[in-house]
Design a protein around this ligand. Structure first.
Ligand code: PRE
Length: 275
């Protein structure tokens, strides 16, 4: 959607330096959204299905009858709306609730097929990790007691969650473009690995440990800068914990990006001469 990369220009969309530039830019987006979210208490009740009475709300379950939490309901309702303005027609956007998507009210866009047809979507796994691991670490300020639930912030917290999850999802699913770019650069390396379903081998082939170390180092600096007090006032509370942000990338964002890359490549030979 709000892409600085021109997805209609495949030479750019598949250039690894261009994709990495986009990933670097998305670090800022993710970090700022996490800072916004961290100003509110964790409010765990909003993630528990059925815990909050939603007076007059339509569709408080998924289409197969699963009860939604308040946060899930907010995400699902937003996705209903955003699908109508073509968000999910863009190859870099993936819904959390595909069951809720509506027909677009605008004419279909014709994106040229830059990616190979695939149905890779790790959003369920992302949301589970976000709620259970990422968010608890980011909402707790180091050295300060956990803040009590604030019922008046339920809406703000869920709104911030949507922004966090959408930016994280976009970053992680950019792995498809990374994978396509790497595949096209060396099909002779990837085809045998894919054919023998050598997941560890594919993972090793897409891994660049130096780039990963750089990502974490840069992110730590950004979290230090954007989450701290510009006047270097040591007494001023931090807006977000630096370690929580770095750990989020090290333990979740980069690993999930790599899962997307591997899963995408496992679908890459379908309908090709290599199949
Ligand atoms: O930049 C790449 O080559 C990627 O595949 C992306 C990424 C990342 O998530 O930042 C993932 C795997 C690589 O080991 C390095 C970095």
């Amino acid at each position: 959607m709000d892409s600085a990369i021109d997805l209609s220009d495949s030479s750019k969309a598949l250039s690894l330096p261009h994709i990495r530039y986009q990933l670097i830019r998305l670090e800022d987006t993710v970090l700022f959204h996490m800072i916004e979210r961290a100003q509110f208490p964790l409010n765990p009740t909003i993630y528990k299905p059925g815990a909050i009475q939603m007076e007059g709300a339509s569709e408080t379950t998924t289409s197969d009858g699963k009860l939604l939490s308040f946060c899930d309901w907010v995400i699902r309702e937003q996705e209903k709306l955003q699908s109508q303005i073509r968000r999910y027609q863009s190859p870099d956007e993936h819904p959390f609730f595909p069951d809720a998507l509506q027909p677009a009210v605008l004419p279909e866009l014709n994106y040229p097929a830059v990616l190979w047809p695939n149905d890779v979507n790790v959003n369920n796994e992302l949301k589970e990790r976000y709620i259970n691991t990422i968010l608890p670490a980011c909402c707790v300020q180091t050295g300060r007691p956990e803040r009590p639930e604030a019922q008046e912030n339920y809406g703000s917290a869920a709104t911030a969650d949507l922004a966090c999850l959408q930016s994280l999802s976009r970053r992680i699913h950019f792995g498809k473009f990374v994978a396509e770019s790497k595949f096209l650069a060396a099909p002779e390396k990837f085809v045998p690995l894919i054919k023998s379903a050598d997941l560890a081998g594919i993972d090793a082939a897409i891994t660049d440990a130096k780039v990963e170390a750089k990502v974490l180092e840069r992110l730590g600096k950004k979290a230090e800068m954007y989450g701290g007090d510009p006047n270097m006032d040591a007494e001023a509370p931090r807006k977000i914990d630096v370690d929580a942000v770095v750990n989020m990338y090290r333990d979740h964002v980069i690993p999930l990006t790599k899962i997307v890359e591997v899963d995408y490549l496992m679908e890459r030979l379908k309908g090709t001469k290599w199949e």
